[in-house]
Design a binder for this molecule. Structure first.
Ligand SMILES: [Zn+2]
Length: 663
């Protein structure tokens, strides 16, 4: 396939046909090479039960193709049309309160419903047959942001029966189900799989084991929903790629499993999202972590299918990106592994929920400052993108990441401020601010690639994962484990054989004898002669021989007891952190631990300046991005060449430079 690097999300059906050609010309002049279309246009493609109309889409694809612009087709299954919902109201989803969620938003659907699935098979088959040989159609995106629009998946009778079938396949006997869910508690035993409910809101408390299986089931349902479409597309449009637009750390579906269906992963990146709590400058590390986790889902470069191109907004709006900021954000995506960037959206929509989700063009359709900025960006960066193909960020540090751990902590967060993803991001921040690249690594990933593996909150444990961690350290790895490790088995039942962290005590060299949940409190910690603050939790530990205490609690009834430890094991070292370090303690600890693991920063850190590298065996490209509205300086490496940017070592406001570094 031709190498394409820049595109826009385009909705020709929102505008009169007379405008389409002007759009195509403006796109071509800007350097746009592809569009994504049709992911919400079910009614336009199938206006009623037996009528299919692909004429308008054929015309748009052909017109854009004339201007050298290729098309990625979304299947429109995120928006079932009103005629279908009226004819079959049972395809509307029922939430955990037992309420039917109505027509008028998007994803008002039950993904189990066989009637709905039949409609999808019919439409996707027709689309794939129709476009499978179209020379301008390069790929497909089944549905849109799967798992993002649903607060809860559906709990209708159809989903309940499907859940029962899923449980029966997993447990074989109802006795095994009862044991695995600990149903002896509060008289929750089942005599038959057909007695199991889809979890509606309960009067009080929920069974954590049942809830974990429900989350796994919902994730598997979304994978199955996608698989059905992907199989049809492969059958009739096998020359075209299949991707899906993920949402970073969004958690409804296990993105590692979904990735198995796709040729590559895509992602929607909205750094200035109106729905995000902090201002962008306070969360650069979260933006970077989001891109790094997306890269991890298939451990390969990805595409950004929606990259912010203006103010975001639904009912309320986010800030206007400052001049240069959209380009800096797009470059950040490329730096972390994006091979293509598709901007959302072409022209700001005049109607519907996303009237204020601003595109490159304003409502008027007249090119303004965003068009000019991104035109300049594309024309400068596009020639460099071919050299970046087959390069990847290469990290020496990894953070273990798992959707099941996330589910388990959502079910029982322990503390109002503890989240699994949030904890991973706190460790990530300390490395990010030192300019140390990080990979997220799934449990099934290759641990041996990393000098340092951070594994916070390894709450659900299995003998296989214990072995994998211990082998990693034995063979010379530096492993960091934390509080709440090895607490539960994979059924979400508490381990009882020995003290925490269970069999991993052998590597960690500690046994947790007691703990304190720091509700509305913090604890003082002494590390290398300095006092710091820590939060959430305190593990009280007994140290095994050869274990060294690195930090001590310095308040509460356990003042003087060890808080952070290190233990030599085989050829490697295992750290144990019994609390959530505050920022100053985290920074000091990570400097110490990275130093011991022999990990060097890419560049000396400078405030607001992000540094990332992409490389292969021959080339290394360094990205240096100023996220602030003021000039910044950095220490350039000795042997390097500026491929994009004004002056080596100096950055203007929001400037993003690319350097080729001698290897
Ligand atoms: Zn349902």
């Amino acid at each position: 396939m031709k190498q394409l690097h820049f595109g826009v999300d385009y909705y020709p059906e929102h505008w009169e046909r007379g405008r389409w050609e002007e759009d195509a010309i403006l796109m071509q002049e800007m350097g746009i090479q592809m569009v994504r279309m049709a992911e919400f246009s079910w009614h336009k493609l199938q206006p009623s039960e037996d009528v299919f109309d692909f004429g308008w889409l054929d015309e748009a694809i052909g017109l854009l193709g004339k201007y050298g612009i290729y098309t990625i087709l979304g299947t429109p299954t995120a928006a079932p049309p009103a005629w279908m919902v009226n004819k079959h109201p049972q395809i509307l989803p029922i939430d955990r309160m037992g309420r039917v969620r109505g027509f008028g938003g998007r994803h008002h659907d039950c993904q189990s419903n066989p009637i709905y699935r039949e409609y999808i098979r019919k439409l996707v088959t027709k689309m794939a047959q129709h476009y499978g040989d179209n020379p301008y159609v390069i790929g497909w995106q089944p549905d849109n942001e799967l798992g993002n629009s649903h607060q809860d998946l559906c709990t209708c009778e159809c989903c309940r029966q499907r859940f029962q079938g899923w449980l029966q396949r997993k447990y074989k006997t109802v006795l095994a189900l009862n044991q695995s869910w600990g149903t002896a508690f509060w008289s929750q035993e089942y005599n038959d799989f057909s007695e199991v409910f889809a979890p509606r809101v309960t009067v009080t408390g929920e069974n954590p084991s049942a809830m974990l299986d429900w989350r796994r089931f919902c994730s598997d349902l979304i994978v199955d929903f996608t698989r059905e479409q992907a199989e049809i597309i492969r059958k009739y449009a096998g020359k075209q790629f299949i991707t899906h637009n993920y949402m970073g750390f969004a958690d409804k579906v296990d993105y590692y499993k979904l990735g198995e269906l796709l040729d590559f992963v895509s992602h929607d990146q909205y750094p200035g999202g109106f729905y995000l709590p902090e201002a962008p400058h306070e969360k650069n590390h979260v933006l970077a972590a989001t891109l790094d986790v997306v890269r991890s889902y298939k451990d390969q470069p990805f595409w950004v299918m929606e990259q912010q191109s203006g103010i975001t907004g639904w009912e309320v709006m986010g800030r206007a990106p400052a001049p240069g900021q959209l380009s800096a954000w797009a470059m950040q995506s490329i730096a972390h592994g994006a091979d293509a960037v598709v901007f959302f959206r072409w022209r700001t929509c005049a109607m519907g929920t996303e009237q204020y989700w601003h595109g490159i063009l304003p409502h008027s359709g007249n090119p303004g400052r965003r068009y000019q900025e991104l035109q300049e960006f594309i024309q400068e960066v596009n020639p460099l993108m071919d050299s970046l193909q087959n390069t990847m960020p290469r990290a020496e540090a990894g953070i273990v990441f798992s959707f099941e751990q996330e589910y388990a902590f959502q079910i029982q967060p322990h503390h109002k401020d503890l989240s699994y993803t949030g904890q991973a991001q706190k460790y990530y921040r300390a490395l990010y601010e030192q300019n140390i690249p990080v990979d997220f690594v799934p449990e099934q990933g290759d641990f041996g690639k990393y000098k340092l593996l951070l594994a916070p909150l390894q709450y659900l444990m299995s003998p296989e994962l214990e072995d994998k961690f211990m082998d990693y350290v034995r063979q010379g790895g530096h492993l960091l484990l934390t509080m709440r490790t090895g607490v539960k088995d994979r059924n979400n039942l508490c381990m009882t054989e020995r003290e925490l962290p269970g069999r991993l005590s052998e590597a960690a060299g500690v046994e947790v004898l007691d703990y304190d949940c720091l509700r509305d409190a913090s604890v003082k910690v002494l590390f290398a002669g300095q006092e710091h603050e820590a939060f959430i939790w305190s593990d009280l530990m007994r140290l095994l021989p050869q274990t060294e205490a690195l930090a001590y609690y310095n308040s509460e009834f356990y003042a003087g007891e060890p808080c952070v430890t290190v233990h030599p094991y085989g050829e490697g070292r295992c750290y144990y952190v019994g609390t959530e370090p505050g920022e100053s303690l985290m920074d000091a600890l990570m400097k110490e631990i990275c130093g011991k693991a022999g990990i060097e920063p890419l560049l000396a850190p400078a405030a607001d300046v992000e540094c990332m590298a992409r490389e292969n065996g021959r080339e290394r490209y360094l990205f240096v991005i100023n996220h602030s509205g003021e000039a910044r300086h950095y220490q350039a490496p000795e042997k390097c060449r500026l491929l994009r940017g004004g002056q080596l070592g100096s950055l203007k406001a929001y400037e993003a430079q690319i350097l080729a570094v001698g290897k």
